[in-house]
Design a protein around this ligand. Sequence first.
Ligand SMILES: Cc1ncc(COP(=O)(O)O)c(C=O)c1O
Length: 381
Amino acid sequence: MDGAATLAFLDGCGTTSPCGLSPARRPPYPAAVVQRLPMVLAEALSRYPRTRLTEGPTPLQRLRRVEAALGSALNGVQLYGKRDDLMGLGGGGSKLRKLEMLLGDAAAKGADVIVATGGRQSNSLRLTAAACAREGLACELVLAPAAPDADGDFRENGNALLDPLFGATVHQVPAGMGAAEFARTRIDALSAQGRTPYLTPAGASSSLSALGYARCALELDAQLAELGLDEPVIVTANGSFGTQAGLLAGFRILDRPQRIHGFTILAAADDCRQGTQAMANDALALLDSPTRLGPDEVQIFEEQRGEGYGRVTAEALAAIRLMASHEGLLLDPVYSGKAFAGVLDHARTGRYRPGAAVVFLMTGGSPALFAYRQALAPQPV
Ligand SMILES: Cc1ncc(COP(=O)(O)O)c(C=O)c1O
């Protein structure tokens, strides 16, 4: 069965297909179709321009010392870290996979300056600045004001320290103006100067950039097959939807029954689910897939959000300390620390099937640790 025949076959078996069955209930695809699916996904991805910012597959590693610390509560659950924090550019992190697609698009459109908006401790902005440095592109970052109670470390250390080091021009939004509005004024001014600006989406997330994580699904699928892990749970932090949406789209095309759990750190669960579902389905459309995800296929957990975005929780601090002291690995206080706190909670409370494999996506963000110095400082004994 060639690529066209595979797509034609799938066309008859999508979620809203004449088959009339959800993927969970419809009969499995024939082996000839299943074998073709990685190639179908790879071919669909290759139609979009990509600027290489990553070096190759990131490792998938067993977290044996965290497993030992959890002891019998784990019920035989195996924990793995997918090391997307381990990338060479700009300190690494998940945003590079998404930026590969955005900068590919920007290059195809002849852009010579990238404009991006975000918070002062945005990992996305840091990596946009680093990627622009690598590609020889000008970079303008528009920083939303920090919360009034933010301390000096938050305002000036961590990611905020690194952005100008990568050569980005950093704009503070004037009082009374939103970051998006200010960015538009920069786009207009740059265009009037004869430049070709390219505005990246908030959090570097869009259906196009989510394709970077559909590519990650392809990569992870091969690693899981090598380890003989058939039905793992894959866990990620969810901020602006793109990471989870891309994984959902990629694994849907691969027809793998993986369950992908997202711990929202920003939006309320329903909004996060809707946004993620819409982005995943738009990504499926970009990949010419006839299938679509229903709302019940997007699993979002809200319980680690705490008081809101950027507000570190006691559970996240404990998770960061456990990972650092038992594995020598760094999480971040805003995203992966909260998501890993969720993994620990689900493991301790028996939410994972005994013996299941749980793959935690390590999305990077460790520079932000330095912006949260006071929260992380050892407590006096
Ligand atoms: C370290 C880290 N992890 C996870 C995320 C969440 O990814 P997404 O915005 O694609 O949901 C982000 C987003 O900024 C991040 O910086």
